[in-house]
Design a protein around this ligand. Structure first.
Ligand SMILES: [Zn+2]
Length: 303
Protein backbone atom coordinates (compact mmCIF):
# COMPACT_ATOMS: atom_id res chain seq x y z
CA UNK A 1 0.00 0.00 0.00
CA UNK A 2 1.26 3.51 -0.83
CA UNK A 3 0.95 6.31 1.72
CA UNK A 4 1.15 10.09 1.78
CA UNK A 5 2.16 11.75 5.05
CA UNK A 6 0.68 15.20 4.46
CA UNK A 7 2.12 16.80 7.61
CA UNK A 8 5.66 16.02 8.72
CA UNK A 9 8.65 18.24 9.59
CA UNK A 10 11.47 16.43 7.83
CA UNK A 11 14.16 19.06 8.49
CA UNK A 12 14.15 17.67 12.06
CA UNK A 13 14.34 14.03 10.99
CA UNK A 14 17.18 11.72 9.96
CA UNK A 15 18.07 9.79 6.83
CA UNK A 16 17.14 6.62 8.75
CA UNK A 17 13.59 8.03 9.00
CA UNK A 18 13.48 8.61 5.25
CA UNK A 19 14.66 5.02 4.64
CA UNK A 20 12.16 3.53 7.08
CA UNK A 21 9.31 5.62 5.66
CA UNK A 22 10.10 4.60 2.08
CA UNK A 23 10.33 0.93 3.15
CA UNK A 24 6.92 1.25 4.85
CA UNK A 25 5.32 2.60 1.67
CA UNK A 26 5.42 6.39 2.15
CA UNK A 27 5.74 7.83 -1.38
CA UNK A 28 5.19 11.54 -0.72
CA UNK A 29 5.35 13.97 2.20
CA UNK A 30 4.17 17.53 2.78
CA UNK A 31 6.29 19.61 5.13
CA UNK A 32 4.44 22.61 6.57
CA UNK A 33 6.48 25.64 7.59
CA UNK A 34 6.30 25.94 11.37
CA UNK A 35 8.27 27.15 14.36
CA UNK A 36 11.39 25.26 15.29
CA UNK A 37 11.26 25.00 19.07
CA UNK A 38 12.63 28.47 19.79
CA UNK A 39 11.63 31.84 18.38
CA UNK A 40 13.56 33.19 15.41
CA UNK A 41 15.04 36.63 15.94
CA UNK A 42 15.49 37.88 12.38
CA UNK A 43 13.54 37.68 9.13
CA UNK A 44 16.63 36.18 7.48
CA UNK A 45 16.14 33.03 9.56
CA UNK A 46 12.67 32.63 8.01
CA UNK A 47 14.05 33.28 4.54
CA UNK A 48 16.69 30.58 4.86
CA UNK A 49 14.16 28.17 6.42
CA UNK A 50 11.70 28.65 3.55
CA UNK A 51 14.58 28.27 1.07
CA UNK A 52 15.53 24.96 2.74
CA UNK A 53 11.94 23.68 2.49
CA UNK A 54 11.76 24.31 -1.26
CA UNK A 55 15.43 23.50 -1.81
CA UNK A 56 17.72 21.14 0.08
CA UNK A 57 15.02 19.21 1.99
CA UNK A 58 13.14 18.54 -1.24
CA UNK A 59 16.39 17.28 -2.74
CA UNK A 60 17.28 15.22 0.36
CA UNK A 61 13.92 13.41 0.27
CA UNK A 62 14.42 12.58 -3.42
CA UNK A 63 17.71 10.91 -2.55
CA UNK A 64 15.74 8.35 -0.52
CA UNK A 65 12.96 7.83 -3.04
CA UNK A 66 10.35 10.11 -1.42
CA UNK A 67 8.69 13.11 -3.10
CA UNK A 68 8.75 16.20 -0.89
CA UNK A 69 6.30 19.11 -1.01
CA UNK A 70 5.79 21.92 1.46
CA UNK A 71 3.45 24.63 2.68
CA UNK A 72 4.73 28.13 3.37
CA UNK A 73 3.36 30.48 6.02
CA UNK A 74 3.91 32.41 9.23
CA UNK A 75 3.09 30.16 12.20
CA UNK A 76 0.84 31.36 15.00
CA UNK A 77 3.47 31.43 17.76
CA UNK A 78 5.81 33.72 15.87
CA UNK A 79 2.91 35.90 14.67
CA UNK A 80 3.12 37.48 18.13
CA UNK A 81 6.34 39.29 17.18
CA UNK A 82 4.77 42.05 15.09
CA UNK A 83 7.95 43.57 13.64
CA UNK A 84 9.21 40.19 12.49
CA UNK A 85 5.76 39.08 11.32
CA UNK A 86 5.48 42.08 8.99
CA UNK A 87 8.84 41.25 7.43
CA UNK A 88 7.83 37.60 6.96
CA UNK A 89 4.51 38.64 5.37
CA UNK A 90 6.50 40.57 2.79
CA UNK A 91 8.50 37.53 1.69
CA UNK A 92 5.57 35.06 1.60
CA UNK A 93 4.35 35.81 -1.97
CA UNK A 94 7.80 34.97 -3.36
CA UNK A 95 7.95 31.55 -1.66
CA UNK A 96 4.28 30.65 -2.19
CA UNK A 97 4.87 30.53 -5.93
CA UNK A 98 7.90 28.20 -5.79
CA UNK A 99 7.81 24.69 -7.21
CA UNK A 100 6.48 22.11 -4.77
CA UNK A 101 4.51 24.55 -2.58
CA UNK A 102 1.04 23.05 -2.21
CA UNK A 103 -0.64 25.39 0.32
CA UNK A 104 -0.28 28.35 2.65
CA UNK A 105 0.29 27.02 6.17
CA UNK A 106 0.41 25.98 8.79
CA UNK A 107 -1.40 29.03 10.06
CA UNK A 108 -3.98 29.56 12.80
CA UNK A 109 -4.07 30.11 16.54
CA UNK A 110 -1.71 29.29 19.41
CA UNK A 111 -2.61 31.49 22.39
CA UNK A 112 -5.50 33.07 20.45
CA UNK A 113 -4.14 36.63 20.70
CA UNK A 114 -5.19 39.67 18.65
CA UNK A 115 -1.89 39.55 16.72
CA UNK A 116 -2.44 35.89 15.86
CA UNK A 117 -5.85 36.79 14.45
CA UNK A 118 -4.38 39.70 12.48
CA UNK A 119 -1.82 37.50 10.69
CA UNK A 120 -4.27 34.62 10.27
CA UNK A 121 -6.65 36.96 8.42
CA UNK A 122 -3.86 38.47 6.31
CA UNK A 123 -2.62 35.03 5.29
CA UNK A 124 -6.11 33.75 4.51
CA UNK A 125 -6.55 36.74 2.19
CA UNK A 126 -3.16 36.00 0.64
CA UNK A 127 -4.20 32.37 0.02
CA UNK A 128 -7.21 33.62 -1.93
CA UNK A 129 -4.98 35.99 -3.90
CA UNK A 130 -2.45 33.32 -4.90
CA UNK A 131 -5.20 30.69 -5.25
CA UNK A 132 -3.68 28.05 -2.94
CA UNK A 133 -5.24 25.60 -0.48
CA UNK A 134 -4.88 26.42 3.25
CA UNK A 135 -3.50 24.29 6.10
CA UNK A 136 -4.80 25.26 9.54
CA UNK A 137 -2.99 24.48 12.81
CA UNK A 138 -5.47 24.34 15.68
CA UNK A 139 -4.33 25.31 19.19
CA UNK A 140 -3.48 22.75 21.86
CA UNK A 141 -4.95 24.88 24.65
CA UNK A 142 -8.66 25.77 24.36
CA UNK A 143 -8.77 23.69 21.20
CA UNK A 144 -12.51 23.71 20.69
CA UNK A 145 -12.81 27.47 21.06
CA UNK A 146 -9.78 28.10 18.81
CA UNK A 147 -10.98 25.69 16.13
CA UNK A 148 -14.48 27.17 15.99
CA UNK A 149 -13.08 30.71 15.98
CA UNK A 150 -10.76 29.81 13.07
CA UNK A 151 -13.67 28.42 11.04
CA UNK A 152 -15.75 31.54 11.80
CA UNK A 153 -12.93 33.74 10.44
CA UNK A 154 -12.53 31.60 7.30
CA UNK A 155 -16.25 31.80 6.64
CA UNK A 156 -16.30 35.53 7.44
CA UNK A 157 -13.79 35.98 4.58
CA UNK A 158 -15.98 33.93 2.23
CA UNK A 159 -13.42 31.13 1.75
CA UNK A 160 -14.92 27.78 0.72
CA UNK A 161 -14.31 25.06 3.35
CA UNK A 162 -13.20 22.53 0.71
CA UNK A 163 -10.09 24.72 0.16
CA UNK A 164 -9.08 24.27 3.80
CA UNK A 165 -7.48 21.41 5.77
CA UNK A 166 -8.03 21.77 9.51
CA UNK A 167 -5.42 19.76 11.42
CA UNK A 168 -4.82 18.43 14.94
CA UNK A 169 -8.49 17.53 15.45
CA UNK A 170 -9.81 15.36 18.26
CA UNK A 171 -13.15 13.91 19.40
CA UNK A 172 -14.21 17.35 20.58
CA UNK A 173 -13.75 19.17 17.25
CA UNK A 174 -14.11 16.66 14.41
CA UNK A 175 -17.88 16.55 14.08
CA UNK A 176 -18.23 20.32 13.70
CA UNK A 177 -15.24 20.49 11.29
CA UNK A 178 -16.78 17.77 9.09
CA UNK A 179 -20.31 19.19 9.34
CA UNK A 180 -19.05 22.59 8.16
CA UNK A 181 -17.45 20.98 5.07
CA UNK A 182 -13.70 21.15 5.85
CA UNK A 183 -11.01 18.52 5.36
CA UNK A 184 -10.56 17.09 8.85
CA UNK A 185 -6.99 15.98 9.64
CA UNK A 186 -5.83 13.94 12.62
CA UNK A 187 -2.27 14.12 13.84
CA UNK A 188 -1.10 10.82 15.33
CA UNK A 189 1.35 12.19 17.89
CA UNK A 190 2.41 10.05 20.86
CA UNK A 191 0.77 10.86 24.19
CA UNK A 192 -0.54 14.32 23.28
CA UNK A 193 -2.62 15.09 20.25
CA UNK A 194 -4.22 11.84 19.20
CA UNK A 195 -3.34 8.18 19.57
CA UNK A 196 -4.14 5.92 16.65
CA UNK A 197 -6.54 3.68 18.60
CA UNK A 198 -8.74 6.73 19.11
CA UNK A 199 -8.59 7.59 15.43
CA UNK A 200 -9.76 4.08 14.50
CA UNK A 201 -12.83 4.69 16.67
CA UNK A 202 -13.42 8.09 15.07
CA UNK A 203 -13.30 6.55 11.57
CA UNK A 204 -15.75 3.87 12.68
CA UNK A 205 -18.09 6.59 13.91
CA UNK A 206 -17.74 9.29 11.26
CA UNK A 207 -16.52 7.38 8.18
CA UNK A 208 -13.69 8.38 5.86
CA UNK A 209 -15.12 11.29 3.87
CA UNK A 210 -12.72 14.30 4.13
CA UNK A 211 -10.71 12.56 6.91
CA UNK A 212 -6.90 12.72 6.66
CA UNK A 213 -4.24 11.00 8.81
CA UNK A 214 -0.76 12.50 9.37
CA UNK A 215 2.17 12.24 11.76
CA UNK A 216 3.26 15.87 12.31
CA UNK A 217 6.55 14.24 13.32
CA UNK A 218 9.10 16.93 14.20
CA UNK A 219 11.91 17.63 16.70
CA UNK A 220 9.70 16.49 19.60
CA UNK A 221 8.80 12.98 20.78
CA UNK A 222 7.01 11.83 17.64
CA UNK A 223 6.81 8.99 15.13
CA UNK A 224 7.72 9.36 11.45
CA UNK A 225 5.96 6.04 10.76
CA UNK A 226 2.63 7.10 12.29
CA UNK A 227 0.73 6.92 8.98
CA UNK A 228 1.79 3.38 7.94
CA UNK A 229 1.42 2.15 11.55
CA UNK A 230 -2.10 3.56 11.76
CA UNK A 231 -2.96 1.92 8.44
CA UNK A 232 -1.93 -1.47 9.87
CA UNK A 233 -3.92 -0.85 13.02
CA UNK A 234 -6.97 0.03 10.92
CA UNK A 235 -6.48 -3.17 8.94
CA UNK A 236 -6.40 -5.20 12.15
CA UNK A 237 -9.55 -3.43 13.31
CA UNK A 238 -11.35 -4.64 10.21
CA UNK A 239 -11.44 -1.34 8.31
CA UNK A 240 -11.34 -2.13 4.58
CA UNK A 241 -8.30 -1.43 2.39
CA UNK A 242 -10.37 1.01 0.32
CA UNK A 243 -11.25 3.01 3.42
CA UNK A 244 -7.64 2.94 4.64
CA UNK A 245 -6.44 4.22 1.27
CA UNK A 246 -8.94 7.09 1.40
CA UNK A 247 -7.62 8.45 4.74
CA UNK A 248 -3.91 7.71 4.22
CA UNK A 249 -3.60 8.69 0.55
CA UNK A 250 -6.61 9.74 -1.56
CA UNK A 251 -7.99 12.53 0.61
CA UNK A 252 -4.60 14.25 0.99
CA UNK A 253 -4.15 14.03 -2.77
CA UNK A 254 -7.58 15.55 -3.37
CA UNK A 255 -7.13 18.30 -0.76
CA UNK A 256 -3.78 19.56 -2.08
CA UNK A 257 -4.02 18.87 -5.83
CA UNK A 258 -5.87 22.17 -6.49
CA UNK A 259 -2.44 23.78 -5.98
CA UNK A 260 -1.43 22.31 -9.35
CA UNK A 261 1.80 21.20 -7.60
CA UNK A 262 0.71 17.90 -6.06
CA UNK A 263 0.59 15.33 -8.86
CA UNK A 264 0.33 11.59 -8.51
CA UNK A 265 2.48 11.02 -11.61
CA UNK A 266 5.42 12.57 -9.70
CA UNK A 267 5.69 9.45 -7.56
CA UNK A 268 4.08 6.91 -9.90
CA UNK A 269 6.87 7.53 -12.43
CA UNK A 270 9.77 8.35 -10.12
CA UNK A 271 13.26 9.26 -11.21
CA UNK A 272 15.49 6.42 -9.96
CA UNK A 273 17.45 7.27 -6.79
CA UNK A 274 21.01 8.32 -7.58
CA UNK A 275 22.91 9.54 -4.53
CA UNK A 276 25.72 10.83 -6.72
CA UNK A 277 23.39 13.74 -7.54
CA UNK A 278 24.42 17.15 -6.20
CA UNK A 279 22.39 20.05 -4.84
CA UNK A 280 24.35 23.31 -5.06
CA UNK A 281 27.53 21.25 -5.09
CA UNK A 282 26.60 18.96 -2.18
CA UNK A 283 25.28 15.41 -2.00
CA UNK A 284 23.74 13.51 0.93
CA UNK A 285 26.96 11.54 1.26
CA UNK A 286 30.05 12.27 3.32
CA UNK A 287 33.59 11.26 2.39
CA UNK A 288 34.00 7.54 1.67
CA UNK A 289 30.28 6.63 1.74
CA UNK A 290 29.14 4.67 -1.28
CA UNK A 291 26.13 6.01 -3.14
CA UNK A 292 22.86 4.20 -3.66
CA UNK A 293 22.22 4.16 -7.40
CA UNK A 294 18.96 2.58 -8.61
CA UNK A 295 18.31 1.86 -12.24
CA UNK A 296 15.03 2.47 -14.02
CA UNK A 297 12.91 -0.69 -14.07
CA UNK A 298 15.25 -2.45 -11.63
CA UNK A 299 12.38 -3.27 -9.28
CA UNK A 300 11.20 -5.88 -11.82
CA UNK A 301 14.51 -7.76 -11.99
CA UNK A 302 15.06 -10.82 -9.78
CA UNK A 303 18.67 -11.90 -9.39
ZN1 LIG B 1 3.18 20.88 12.19
Amino acid sequence: MAFIDPHIHMVSRTTADYEAMAAAGVVAVIEPAFWQGQPRTTAGSFQDYFATLVGFERFRASQFGIRHYCTIGLNSKEANNERLADEVMEMLPLYLTKEGVVAIGEIGFDDQTALEEKYLRLQLELAVEVDLPILIHTPHRNKKRGTYRTMDIIEDLGIAPHRVVIDHNNEETCKEVLDRGYWCAFTIYPRTKMGNERVVEIIRQYGTERVIIDSSADWGVSDALAVPKTARLMEQAGITNDQIEIVTYQNALAAYSPSGQFREEDWLNPTPVDQRTLFQGNSVLRGGQSPRVDEAGEELIIR
